[in-house]
Design a protein around this ligand. Structure first.
Ligand code: FES
Length: 572
């Protein structure tokens, strides 16, 4: 190990090192700040307003013990936290802000490595983006899913059953009282959503990228083994600093391709696309939408978990866990990428038995044979759009129908349940103005509700297209992330109600059946693209001016590429 980075702050007899040491001593042993012990930040997204991460202070204590045990010095570093269900207008508006703030604090402080404590949807992506930018030794601690709650004898999947039950209430098949009664049963314990939603997906992504101790992701939040693994992570980060093993050594193109395979096998969230693209962007890795289609194509969904399947994260852990799942697709993984331990991921996939083959399905009988995230292109999405076939209705994967256009979610909410709405089961619902710039923040509204009159007639899925995202716990034949978005001048802004749209997932095609000449004429028309009020100050102004489109990860353009860990100027 060369000189520690933190020694720049602490070693020496001058006035500056005196100041850095003196203010930090506060009961630390004399040798804690002599420049010989790795200084480790625990980037902690615990917050009472991020309910899925509330328990992370307890987890941080176990990490701290591990760091002390290995000869390091731990520091709790509270960082920006995002409660997916709480913040308005959407947590995605703040992902880049959280990542930027974390990045700056990692760089500015006297630390040699960082443990990343995340859980709820945007927290692990933001932590990984920041760690990739600074490139100090780093390990993720995934906070873990909650235990399964039950209502009237049936397991409740977080999110997924909210969508299902709310549609049932709208359809009148359950009462509003029954709907609200289920509310107290859904969140049974500490931890994040227990479906294969975005939080579970991003925990698996972190593990497949090599950024967790192998076998950690998916450990339920209340399980004592979570604290054991957290302690081990504390020990390992000190070792990582000593070996100078950095995120750029671990997160390579191959590990991103492995993460794409892992998401496909898990039936994971479409949100992983924008997050993986953004993390790769911070590392300068050339990851494209096509990589998702190529690497994910032909990968079977083997995790029988909601929203695609039946079970929940607690069941996955019981059935053998994430490593048992990845062992089923070992032949599809790149063998070279290493993990934080220094050993390749695939070394951890030997002898990983499946204890319940109804949860982790055999390759011979998958939940879906070919269900990576499909990337669509066409005159409606020149820069691409995505769909998750595993969450779609097979009969709708090839569909042609007339568009019904909504210019905003307010417009959609105002009209969707109108009994006079001109809509039938073949209609293609189009929602625009909900991309990164348009909303702003690219909310999870792409899974538009089915019009009430169709719900009452028994329709439960329709083709829906938007420039928005979709909750990882949602399902349906939903085309998302259309790029360029309408607010950036994309052709989605040119669609008119009654135009025919063709979706061909097998052919990877999304086509607006309108001539180029007509589209050119419409683009000159004032009635096409809805204007949005440009913000005049603060983060949102910065975001609007610099956010990129979904096909490149919706990061800010000036945050692409690593900036390293160098803090150049003394503060006194
Ligand atoms: Fe936090 Fe689902 S709301 S993980």
């Amino acid at each position: 190990m060369d000189d520690l980075r933190s020694a720049d702050w602490y070693r020496g007899g001058d006035r500056n090192s005196y100041i850095h040491r003196a203010w930090m001593r506060r009961g630390l042993p004399d040798d804690a700040l002599d420049g010989s012990k790795p200084q480790i930040a625990i980037a902690n997204t615990a917050s009472d307003l991020t309910p899925c991460n509330m328990h992370l202070n307890e987890v941080a204590e176990s990490v701290k013990q591990g760091i002390w045990a290995a000869g390091g010095v731990p520091y709790n570093l509270p960082v920006v936290s995002l409660g997916e269900t709480q913040v308005k207008p959407t947590a995605m508006l703040w992902r880049n802000m959280a990542a930027m703030a974390m990045e700056e604090m990692f760089r500015a402080n006297p630390i040699d490595g960082v443990v990343l404590l995340g859980g709820c949807d945007k927290t692990i992506p933001a932590l990984l983006m920041a760690a990739a930018s600074v490139n100090l030794p780093a390990i993720v601690v995934p906070g873990g899913p909650m235990l399964t709650g039950h209502f009237r004898g049936e397991a409740l999947g977080c999110g997924t059953d909210v969508w299902r039950l709310s549609e049932e209430a709208r359809a009148g098949t359950i009462t509003n009282g029954q709907f609200t009664e289920s509310e107290g049963s859904m969140i049974r314990s500490k931890g994040h959503c227990n479906t294969m939603g975005t939080a579970s997906t991003m925990a698996i992504v972190a593990e497949a990228l090599g950024m967790t101790i192998p076998g950690f992701a998916g450990t339920p939040a209340p399980d004592s083994r979570l604290l054991v693994m957290s302690h081990e992570t504390g020990r390992l980060i000190v070792d990582l600093v000593k070996h100078d093993r950095r995120p750029s050594d671990i997160m390579t193109k191959g590990s991103f391709l492995n993460a794409i395979v892992a998401v496909a096998a898990a039936g994971g969230s479409t949100n992983s696309v924008v997050h993986l693209l953004a993390i790769a962007g911070r590392l300068g890795i050339d990851l494209t939408l096509e990589d998702f289609d190529v690497a994910g194509r032909g990968v079977p969904v083997l995790a029988n978990l909601q929203p695609s399947g039946t079970f929940l994260m607690d069941d996955l852990y019981r059935a053998g866990g994430v490593l048992a799942l990845l062992a089923q697709v070992k032949d599809l993984l790149h063998p070279e990428p290493i993990t934080v331990t220094g050993a390749p991921l695939i070394d951890y996939l030997e002898n990983r038995p499946v204890y319940d083959a109804t949860v982790i399905l055999p390759r011979a009988t998958p939940l879906m044979a070919d269900a990576g995230i499909a990337v669509l292109r066409g005159n409606l999405a020149p820069s691409g759009a995505i769909i998750k076939p595993a969450a779609a209705t097979p009969a709708l994967l090839h569909h042609r129908g007339p568009a019904l256009v909504f210019d905003s979610i307010e417009d959609m909410h105002a009209r969707i349940d109108d009994p006079d709405l001109d809509v039938d089961a073949d209609t293609v619902l189009v929602l625009r103005g909900c991309g990164p710039r348009g909303y702003p923040g690219m909310p999870e509204v792409g899974n538009m509700p089915i019009p009430r009159k169709l719900l009452e007639a028994g329709v439960r899925d329709m083709v829906r297209i938007s420039d928005a995202r979709m909750s990882g716990t949602a399902y349906g034949t939903v085309v998302l992330h259309v790029a360029p978005e309408a607010a950036a001048g994309g052709p989605l802004g040119l669609v008119r109600t009654g135009d025919f749209i063709e979706l061909d997932v097998e052919g990877r095609r999304l086509h607006l059946d309108v001539s180029d000449a007509e589209l050119a004429a419409r683009s000159q028309s004032a009635e096409t693209v809805a204007a949005f009020a440009a913000p005049t100050r603060g983060w949102t102004k910065l975001y609007i001016e610099h956010v990129m489109q979904a096909d490149t990860g919706a990061d800010l353009d000036f945050l692409i590429g690593s900036s390293g860990d160098r803090a150049t100027r003394e503060s006194h």
